[in-house]
Design a protein around this ligand. Structure first.
Ligand SMILES: Cc1cc2nc3c(=O)[nH]c(=O)nc-3n(C[C@H](O)[C@H](O)[C@H](O)COP(=O)(O)OP(=O)(O)OC[C@H]3O[C@@H](n4cnc5c(N)ncnc54)[C@H](O)[C@@H]3O)c2cc1C
Length: 468
């Protein structure tokens, strides 16, 4: 009889409760990963993310092979087919139990429920574990046992939970058998040729290397530099976290271990708080499934009448809005599959407030480009920016992208990198090239009046309140 680990959003050997549990059974262990291009398309996965996931599944197969665990690549069109194929696989390999780490979006939950029923029918047990958050879903609740819908009280409770529980990662398991030959998935998948060059190095060791370098050398400056898109001030660990090559707990513990030198305390605490944001949005996805069904967290905002996307949406996607910081961000996203957090907020607010285009279109576009596309955080970030979500930015607080640019990219380094047409402008004009003088050749005039569109957005939100 065999134990099977079904890898999904947990492409790692360390801190992997499903893998650890399967290895404890004193039976042969197999692993599988199901390549599901049709489902990935339905979920708007970007070529960058697909490339990242396939590369990391291949790297995982090598690590597991050394532990005596063969990882098989199966192929299915979508989740329904996945379950059928996996059930056949279990029968063919005399699988006694399947081990999985939970996923929380609605389609994934449906898939797993259906799979559990199918396996039970065949006399196979499905064991599931919680690995995705530092504080597992359901563990951070109000005194009334309700989920939190605002970050600050959530994070207070989250920090106490961390202090009381002292989470620690599971080590990678010891070999269960002699090494085996590693399988590899090499088939060309449609669209993959459009993937940008890899943003970060491949593999679990590379992820840990980046984590260690960040907490030991860079995190001291995190508090001061994290908002400056022109500086390498953030960890760039999001592709690993979003695809489960690293766990939140591994990051937390690395930060706790590095904390000590007076110079890094604040930076590391601020960084750990970002890990709490990640947990918060996963908890929201778990407790409020509507957010993974294209619905607003705040139901009353469903009555907003958004503008038709049209040409201005195309200009936003292409980084041709005539607003330099917005254009720099969109071009960074298109070229690399990643965008700095501050600029994600600016570009998202510009789309939803100044252009008054439905946040769902922006959310989908980001997902179709990001290497770190992660439903919980992407949806959370978009709904925050659009003032439709939990803890949303109040609708009357609309970022002015020119002011944001002057404040967070004062020397224009970031704009110069991504919008070379503007590179010759001085540090003042680069933020708002339309203000006096002729526009540099090839750079468009602003597609919207920032002041007027801000007023109009506020009026539309105000209209919702008046509606009662
Ligand atoms: C509109 C919008 C869309 C976003 N879409 C995604 C997405 O699809 N995937 C994603 O991982 N993050 C998303 N974020 C959050 C954030 O922008 C990225 O996590 C961050 O930029 C990743 O860079 P980093 O790893 O260098 O972050 P660091 O600043 O080093 O932070 C460390 C880790 O904390 C987590 N984190 C940081 N900020 C946030 C946040 N605001 N919300 C949730 N988790 C956070 C990430 O896992 C990140 O890797 C989005 C934010 C906005 C405003």
């Amino acid at each position: 009889m065999t134990q099977l680990v079904w890898f999904r959003n947990d492409l790692r050997t360390g801190d992997n409760p499903a893998l650890t549990a399967a290895c404890k059974e004193n039976q042969p262990v197999r692993a599988c990963f199901v390549v599901t291009p049709g489902q990935w398309q339905i979920h708007d996965w970007s070529p960058a993310r697909i490339r990242f996931v396939i590369d990391h599944a291949n790297a995982l197969a090598k690590l597991l092979a050394r532990l005596g665990i063969p990882l098989d690549f199966l192929e299915a069109g979508d989740f329904r087919e996945t379950n059928r194929i996996l059930a056949d696989y279990c029968r063919d390999h005399q699988v006694q139990a399947v081990h999985i780490n939970e996923e929380y979006a609605v389609n994934e939950r449906r898939r797993d429920k259906e799979m559990a029923a199918r396996l039970t029918q065949n006399g196979i047990v499905l064991h599931s574990y919680r690995d995705q958050c530092i504080a597992p879903v359901g563990s951070v609740l109000t005194q009334q046992n309700e989920p939190y819908s605002v970050f600050t009280p959530f994070s207070r409770r989250w920090h106490s939970w961390v202090a009381e529980t002292g989470p620690s990662p599971w080590p990678a398991p010891a070999p269960v058998a002699a090494p085996v030959r590693a399988n590899r998935y090499d088939k060309p998948l449609p669209g993959l040729e459009q993937a940008p060059p890899a943003l970060v190095d491949t593999g679990e060791a590379a992820a840990h290397h980046r984590l260690a370098a960040f907490v030991d050398e860079q995190a001291g400056n995190y508090k001061d530099q994290r908002d400056l898109p022109g500086q390498p001030g953030t960890s760039l660990l999001s592709p690993y976290l979003a695809n489960g090559v690293l766990s939140g707990t591994q990051c937390l513990v690395a930060a706790q271990q590095a904390q000590g030198a007076a110079s890094n305390q604040q930076g590391l605490s601020t960084w750990v708080n970002e890990l709490a944001w990640r947990d918060f949005y996963i908890h929201i996805l778990y407790h409020y499934p509507r957010v993974s069904m294209h619905r607003a967290f705040k139901p009353e905002t469903e009555h907003l009448v958004w503008n038709a996307p049209g040409d201005v949406f195309d200009a936003w996607r292409a980084g041709q809005t005539g607003i330099p910081l917005v254009d720099a961000g969109m071009r960074q996203l298109n070229a690399t599959g990643w965008m700095h957090n501050r600029v994600r907020m600016v570009t998202a607010m510009f789309l939803t407030k100044n252009l008054f285009i439905d946040w769902r279109l922006g959310e989908q576009y980001f997902m179709s480009r990001l290497v770190d596309g992660f439903l919980a955080s992407n949806n959370g970030g978009w709904q925050w920016s659009a003032s439709t979500g939990t803890d949303a930015a109040p609708y009357f607080r609309v970022f002015n992208p020119v002011t944001q640019s002057e404040r967070f990219d004062p020397q224009g380094d970031y704009i110069r990198q991504w919008v070379p047409e503007l590179a010759g402008l001085d540090n003042k004009r680069i933020h708002d090239p339309g203000r006096g003088g002729t526009l540099p050749k090839g750079y468009p005039r602003a597609i919207v009046d920032l002041k007027e569109s801000r007023k109009e957005a506020i009026a539309r939100f105000q209209g919702l309140k008046d509606r009662g």
